[in-house]
Design a protein around this ligand. Structure first.
Ligand code: URA
Length: 236
């Protein structure tokens, strides 16, 4: 059960204030009955009408954001600006959340959606969706690091990571890392174990989704239909 004002807010069509006014003015029906309390609890199967017109369920939204450094990727934070400050008002009201967070100082691909099922299946530890990151460290990366990643590195807290990829690039302080899981500060902690602290980190891909090179830091765009069906595992 969920509050009526929240359910209507999730459609992204009205502000909370507008919704309260619509409800108080008797313009909203739930399951065919006028309801004048924004707090009214509604079932997931309830239907809604505003001014006699049926309001379809929440609009499902999928956005690709090129996260800049300096913003946190949580939905709300009392002290720091979040990535949602980059979105226009109506999308801030669409019930979006990040599918897989990035640290405040990490840049790159962030998927924002209100499709809980898709996010859950992407993040499920059992699905092992590959994520790739470009990394620059304070130090020189070598084959020993790649072998340690491949073998499954044990972190300072005793957790042994799944085998991960570390592809050396031409600049010896850079690499592309492939993770199949997403533990807190994982890459930073893995490279700290190797004595090579991360100085720059950017997510490039998440499963079939690639950061669009035309998006600058702070820019976003809706996913294409092809990207959405690829994320769903090929089914449209
Ligand atoms: N690993 C990290 O350490 N930070 C991130 O933001 C993502 C992966």
């Amino acid at each position: 059960m969920e509050r009526l004002d929240k359910r209507l807010a999730n459609t992204g069509r009205w502000s909370r204030r507008e919704i309260r006014e619509l409800i108080r003015a008797g313009r909203v029906c739930v399951d065919g009955r006028v309801v004048r309390s924004p707090e009214e609890k509604c079932a997931s199967t309830s239907t809604f009408q505003v001014d006699g017109m049926v309001v379809a369920g929440e609009a499902v939204v999928y956005l690709m954001l090129h996260k800049p450094a300096g913003l946190v990727s949580s939905t709300e934070d009392p002290r720091q600006p979040t990535v949602f400050s980059l979105l226009p008002e109506h999308l801030r009201r669409a019930g979006l959340f990040p599918a897989g967070r990035l640290d405040k100082d990490t840049e790159g691909l962030l998927l924002l959606t209100n499709d809980g099922l898709l996010a859950h299946s992407l993040l499920s530890p059992r699905r092992h969706v590959d994520k790739t990151y470009f990394v620059r460290v304070d130090g020189v990366l070598d084959e020993g690091d790649a072998a340690a990643f491949e073998a499954g590195l044990t972190l300072a807290d005793g957790y042994t990571c799944l085998p991960a990829g570390l592809e050396l690039l031409e600049a010896s302080d850079t690499a592309v890392i492939t993770l199949r899981e997403g533990k807190y500060h994982q890459i930073k902690r893995m490279l700290a174990q190797r004595g090579k602290p991360v100085i720059y980190l950017k997510r490039l891909t998440m499963g079939p989704l690639k950061l669009d090179p035309s998006l600058g830091p702070g820019e976003w765009r809706p996913l294409t239909g092809e990207e959405i069906s690829a994320l769903r595992g090929g089914s449209p």
